[in-house]
Design a protein around this ligand. Structure first.
Ligand SMILES: NC(=O)c1ccc[n+]([C@@H]2O[C@H](COP(=O)([O-])OP(=O)(O)OC[C@H]3O[C@@H](n4cnc5c(N)ncnc54)[C@H](OP(=O)(O)O)[C@@H]3O)[C@@H](O)[C@H]2O)c1
Length: 287
């Protein structure tokens, strides 16, 4: 173990990402540093300034995850890392044409996830944590049967296979063929399943070595959280968590010692969700 750890959170200017960064800042040691990152310099600065009591050092960094060079540059700059939480997401609206939103969703949620995994995976110190914030929508059962096996096959393959499938889905949305090809209308479902597929592809390639070194690669479903991203999609938000509540168990997982049961899996509330079957997720019907 190193004496000074570096933790990084993407999309940390609000919502869950901000709560995760605040939790790391409160729970890591004074010798550690937390990089609170976001796409807008003013929002990053404001988020750092507004953080409550902290033990670890907090640095704000601009990281627009849609910018491929920004991810590799930051990784090169940091050299080695201990905790990377890939959390950034592009908001969607039930009223919006998916063809108008798919580029931002694919680039923010999917291509960026692959780039974070590629750039930071090799830089993860022993005992490190590489975490992708996915969703309970990220299980295979949420997909139409016509495309399920394609996502499962990509997860058995490589990040390149996942990116290629995401490119097919993006093209289908632009061509107005997403429904007839089985990808459906709600962008969040293929996007989140592909994030989990990316984690599974990476994890299967490095599992043995990571387990020897105590490293964890994992996808998370944080559960329903009351944020501007979720409100338009769920008719009943009465059971939604605050971002701080939702960040609690992921931080326990990240800072805890247990690795093997969770390695490469999709985890919710400290339990592995079966990727094939998942759990039912109620949401507002979209015509
Ligand atoms: N909310 C839920 O109920 C729920 C449920 C399951 C999973 N999740 C997942 O939890 C994660 C966080 O969701 P949330 O509800 O907290 O979302 P949110 O409140 O919309 O926050 C999203 C964050 O991502 C940032 N972001 C957007 N585009 C970016 C880019 N190009 N580069 C860097 N940062 C960017 C936003 O920055 P700005 O401040 O600049 O906009 C913001 O800080 C997501 O992965 C989401 O899918 C959420």
């Amino acid at each position: 173990m190193t004496t000074s750890r570096t933790a990084l959170v993407t999309g940390a200017t609000q919502g869950l990402g901000l709560a995760l960064a605040a939790g790391l800042a409160a729970r890591l040691e004074p010798s550690d540093r937390v990089l609170l990152t976001g796409r807008d310099a003013g929002r990053v600065e404001a988020a750092v300034a507004a953080l409550p009591a902290r033990r670890a050092r907090v640095e704000g960094r601009v990281l627009d995850v849609r910018d491929p060079a920004a991810i590799t540059d930051l990784a090169g700059d940091l050299g080695e890392v201990d905790v990377v939480l890939s959390n950034a997401t592009s908001r969607m609206s039930p009223e919006q044409d998916p063809a108008e939103e798919v580029d931002a969703v694919v680039e923010t949620n999917n291509l960026a996830t692959s780039r974070v995994l590629r750039a930071f995976g090799p830089r993860l110190r022993p005992g490190g944590r590489l975490v992708v914030v996915a969703s309970a929508l990220g299980t295979l059962d949420k997909l139409d049967v016509r495309v399920r096996e394609r996502f499962a096959a990509a997860a058995r393959g490589s990040l390149e296979d996942v990116d290629a499938l995401v490119a097919d889905w993006r093209a289908a949305v632009h061509a107005g063929r997403a429904v007839e090809e089985g990808f459906g209308t709600w962008l969040n479902i293929p996007s989140k399943v592909a994030q989990v597929a990316a984690v599974r592809a990476v994890a299967s390639a490095r599992r043995a070595e990571d387990l020897r070194a105590g490293r964890l690669v994992v996808a998370l479903c944080p559960g329903l959280i009351d944020t501007a991203a979720s409100r338009p999609w769920f008719a009943d938000m009465s059971s939604a968590q605050t971002p701080d509540q939702a960040a609690a168990w992921p931080l326990d997982l990240v800072l805890g010692d247990e690795v093997a049961p969770f390695y490469g899996e999709l985890v919710q509330f400290g339990r592995v969700l079966p990727w094939e079957t998942g759990i039912p997720v109620p949401h507002r019907a979209v015509s």
